[in-house]
Design a protein around this ligand. Structure first.
Ligand code: C2O
Ligand code: CU
Ligand code: CU
Length: 490
């Protein structure tokens, strides 16, 4: 009997303790708590690394421009449900643009007036269409305020006023971005200009100029890739063990014995990739998020965080016919390159690519601080979680500002998490990381950059487009949980 009372009292103390902790945790989180019921952690999920037979790499089609006026471009996209066979004989429910998974490539030119009609053909959920990296006004940026209800459409109009670059598009509905991107809603957006015309680099789309959308996914034994978050996913974002390129596991691409230009997008929800080629192939990064670097940067390893892009040149001319080179992320393989036949054209790595006018720090009128804080459901920026009805920062139109972004990982029990910072409607230049120069492949335009635990990254930008924009962590589970804020440019 005494023993029973002891157990009873102990249990009571534990229960009171838990209630107290929950109460304090909630009290500690300023701002509005997100509806975490949609991301209620599940029990253990299967996360096998799936091995399947190699298949050819699909090349996303270029979307037809419906305008015959060369100064204009008109496109139409449909967000729709699909079923795709990622694993042989297994059906997976997906979403895609104009297809079952991912979307076509939109290609535009600098100076063009562009209109894109986005149709929401999803059964019952709201979506939006955000142009990640595009310098566009808030009305046409496609953030969470621009919801498109099921069965409705939204037309976004803008003039391309930025250099040649590899951007991308994806949905941005409040608290549902992680799920919709994971299901397959994402596509690439290329801008070309006189500079990209002039450069002597590979430009034959699908032959020597190939986009690689890198993602990871988690399949159960029936082939389902459900968006179910376990506790580690709430903490770190959803990371799967099966690697996909352009929506396919274990693809191969036949390449000429010559120079390839690869346009890489980390289209994952939360994973930071460290990319290498087997044989430690040297390659050259020629573009970052917002366009060409001033000069190619030689490397044999590239770190690419969620939403970041990089264009690289890889020279396969020293390989023999039939040789295979792998693209890997640590010990996980993304794909094979199979060296096929002689190259039709020969290229050398250019010494110069473009000129980028450096924005002088003295021209900045304001310095703002953004601090990533908290964990799991409590992730926030500057102590605040996303509130659609609150503007967090006001920026004067055409002003130049320094943004100081830091990652306060002091709360992290496991050494903290890296957070990729992204802001809409502008492109940044990185001034420094912890007061020191950032790597040379970050010396160009950036719209997304990694901030390590404890690190402070200073960036500078001129805000030339008016409206309401988002800044957030691009780990989509963090964004959906509230690690996001709004700035008004006017
Ligand atoms: Cu890639 Cu707020 O977006
Ligand atoms: Cu964006
Ligand atoms: Cu984050």
């Amino acid at each position: 009997m005494k023993k029973n009372i002891g157990i009873w009292i102990a249990s009571l103390i534990i229960v009171i303790g838990i209630i107290l902790i929950l109460f304090i945790e909630t009290r500690n989180t300023p701002g509005q708590l997100p509806d975490v019921s949609i991301t209620q952690p599940t029990d253990e999920v299967e996360n096998e690394s799936i091995v399947i037979e190699p298949s050819p790499l699909p090349i996303p089609p270029l979307l037809e421009d419906k305008s015959d006026d060369p100064d204009k471009a008109e496109f139409e996209l449909h967000a729709e449900h699909g079923v795709k066979e990622f694993l042989p004989g297994k059906e997976t429910e997906t979403m895609g643009y104009n297809g079952d998974y991912l979307g076509p490539v939109i290609q535009v030119r600098k100076g063009q007036d562009v209109a894109v009609k986005v149709n929401n053909d999803l059964k019952s959920e709201v979506t939006t269409m955000h142009w990640h990296g595009l310098e566009v006004d808030g009305e046409n940026d496609g953030g969470p305020h621009s919801g498109i209800q099921a069965g409705e459409s939204w037309t976004s109009e803008f003039t391309i006023d930025q250099p040649a670059s590899t951007l991308w598009f994806h949905p941005h509905p409040e608290q549902q971005t992680g799920k919709q991107v994971y299901k397959g809603l994402a596509g690439l957006f290329f801008i070309e200009d006189e500079q990209s015309d002039k450069l002597d680099i590979p430009k034959s789309y699908g032959e020597n100029d190939v986009p690689l959308v890198l993602q990871d996914k988690r399949f159960d034994k029936d082939g389902n890739a459900n968006y179910e978050l376990a506790m580690p996913d709430v903490m770190n974002g959803l990371q799967g063990n099966s690697m996909l390129v352009n929506g396919v596991i274990n693809p191969y691409l036949e390449v000429p014995q010559g120079m390839m230009r690869l346009r890489l997008l980390n289209g994952s929800n939360a994973s930071v990739y460290t990319l290498n080629f087997s044989e430690h192939e040297t390659f050259y990064q020629i573009a970052s998020d917002g366009g060409f670097l001033e000069a190619p940067v030689e490397m044999n390893e590239l770190v690419l965080g969620p939403a970041e892009r990089a264009e690289i040149l890889v020279d396969f001319s020293d390989f023999k016919k039939g040789d295979t080179v792998q693209l890997v992320n640590g010990d996980k393989k993304f794909m094979d390159f199979v060296v096929k036949n002689e190259a039709k054209e020969t290229f050398t790595v250019p010494t110069e690519l473009t000129t980028i006018e450096k924005i002088a720090p003295e021209t900045a009128s304001t310095t703002r601080e953004f601090v990533f804080q908290g964990m799991g459901p409590h992730v926030n920026i500057n102590g605040k979680q996303m509130d659609m009805d609150r503007i967090d920062e006001e920026v004067s139109l055409d002003n130049t500002e320094i943004w100081e972004v830091s990652n306060d990982s002091s709360m992290g029990m496991m050494g903290g998490t890296v957070h990729p910072f992204h802001a809409h409607g502008t492109q940044f230049q990185i001034l420094d990381r912890d007061g020191k120069a950032s790597p040379s492949n970050e010396a160009g335009w950036k719209d997304t950059f990694l901030v390590d635990p404890g690190e402070t990254v200073r960036v500078i930008a001129t805000f030339e487009d008016p409206g309401v924009f988002m800044y957030h962590c691009h780990i989509l589970e963090h964004e959906d949980a509230g690690m996001m804020g709004q700035f008004l440019v006017k």
